[in-house]
Design a protein around this ligand. Structure first.
Ligand code: GTP
Ligand code: MG
Length: 173
């Protein structure tokens, strides 16, 4: 089981729907339709993603508003994906606090983690190096015991989603 977490509005539900649709229905990450409307996840949202021809992985999104009880799911996860909205400077400090909490949690010390810098299609997006200036992202990653990878995505236009599936293939299957 993969956990998908991140602040409210960072794009988890859209990302998960895209991954589910692209791997199990359309078999393509390009020519995506307009993003479907999403509503804030109050609770959790479980979907399957096909990571290779025969193997499906279950991904459970935990809504941002559920952050105080995310920890109740840490004992059932093999890996974790954390989504950051790169287009919203005002919410970066919230993302930072949530991320630090996750990385420091005793049950997650050996869990592989994918940091997803989402919404890179947005004109307001902050680059990886700007995120380093704001929340010292590479420093955080460098000082953690977990194996952490960072990918940039747009759940809106599909950029980077194949690489997310690739990561899942190696760390979740
Ligand atoms: N421009 C752009 N918008 C995105 C992207 N990903 C998600 N969004 C939009 O961001 C808004 C919030 O997306 P959700 O997927 O509902 O966010 P969430 O992380 O699931 O939020 P919670 O369920 O409240 O925790 C929606 O309007 C999405 O269409 C992206 O890559 N680019
Ligand atoms: Mg959601």
């Amino acid at each position: 089981m993969v956990l998908l977490v991140g602040a409210s509005g960072s794009g988890k539900t859209l990302l998960l729907r895209r991954l589910n649709y692209a791997t199990l229905v359309s078999n393509s990450f390009s020519s995506l339709e307009e993003p479907p409307l999403t509503i804030s996840t109050v609770g959790t949202n479980l979907m399957r993603v096909l990571v290779n021809k025969r193997q499906e992985v279950e991904v459970r999104e935990l809504g941002g508003c559920m952050a105080p009880i995310w920890k109740n799911y840490f004992n059932v996860c093999d890996s974790l994906m954390f989504v950051i909205d790169t287009s919203d400077k005002a919410k970066l400090s919230c993302a930072f606090c949530l991320l630090i909490d996750i990385l420091a949690h005793p049950q997650l010390q050996t869990v592989p983690i994918l940091l997803i810098l989402n919404k890179i299609d947005s004109p307001q997006k902050l680059s990886h190096s700007q995120l380093n200036d704001y929340i010292h992202l590479d420093g955080i990653v460098h000082h953690c015991p977990q194996r952490i990878e960072i990918l940039q995505t747009s759940a809106k236009d599909g950029t980077g989603l194949e690489r997310v599936v690739d990561w899942m293939k190696h760390h979740c299957a």
